[in-house]
Design a protein around this ligand. Structure first.
Ligand code: SF4
Ligand code: SF4
Length: 195
């Protein structure tokens, strides 16, 4: 090898990137400075920061059933869940408390992967800095709630696929229930006892 070839190759890479910065956008390999916060680039769909809890239509319809799986799977154990109960003390399929300590969360996305109910997803939002470290970064259930419309807006590919799967499962469930009712009504009735 000729002495200095590596340096020339490196300089060519630099030159290529320098020239590309004039002709390509930031997502096509170009490099330029964005004057944040006045300007902000759109995040890629799979960009992830902290998790949020998803609800359908209204915040009362949150999908989380307080199964605790995400809390168990979370590597730094920063999720804390307490199940809700009704007035008679019967357990409900929803959390009374759902806290995430964002000072501990490491943005791994394992909670999203582990949730069997499509209830927790990684958010794009990152402008959450504040002066109060102890309270501002401990997010409670109501702080974490975001709608399915919001999810569709930030991650249309994933949200669309999940919505389609859930719709299909719901239709199958309805068809099975209708089939069961039909089978019950068409069953031959037992003969009345002879007197
Ligand atoms: S977010 Fe998902 S995994 Fe976590 S408690 Fe709720 S339903 Fe279970
Ligand atoms: S993103 Fe990772 S660290 Fe953060 S709450 Fe989810 S599982 Fe825990």
């Amino acid at each position: 090898m000729i002495f200095g070839t590596g340096i020339i190759k490196g300089m060519l890479v630099t030159l290529k990137a320098f020239l590309a910065s004039y002709f390509k956008g930031p997502h096509e390999g170009g490099i330029f400075t964005v004057e944040y916060p006045e300007k902000r680039l759109a995040e890629k769909e799979r960009f992830r920061n902290f998790p949020f809890l998803l609800y359908d239509q209204t915040p009362e319809n949150l999908r989380c059933v307080a199964c605790d799986i995400c809390a168990k799977e979370c590597p730094p154990k920063c999720i804390y869940i307490v199940r809700d109960f009704d007035k008679e003390g019967r357990p409900l399929k929803r959390p009374a408390i759902f806290d995430i300590d964002f000072t501990v969360c490491m943005n791994c996305g394992i909670c999203e992967e582990a949730c069997p109910f499509d209830a927790i997803f990684m958010d794009h939002e990152f402008e959450i800095a504040g002066p109060d470290r102890q309270n501002k970064m401990l997010y409670h259930r109501d702080d974490l709630l975001k709608s399915n419309e919001y999810f569709n807006k930030i991650r249309p590919t994933d949200a669309g696929a999940i919505d389609a799967r859930r719709r299909e499962a719901e239709e199958k469930k309805k068809a099975a229930a209708a089939q069961a009712v039909k089978a019950k009504t068409t069953q031959p009735q037992p003969e009345p006892p002879k007197t």
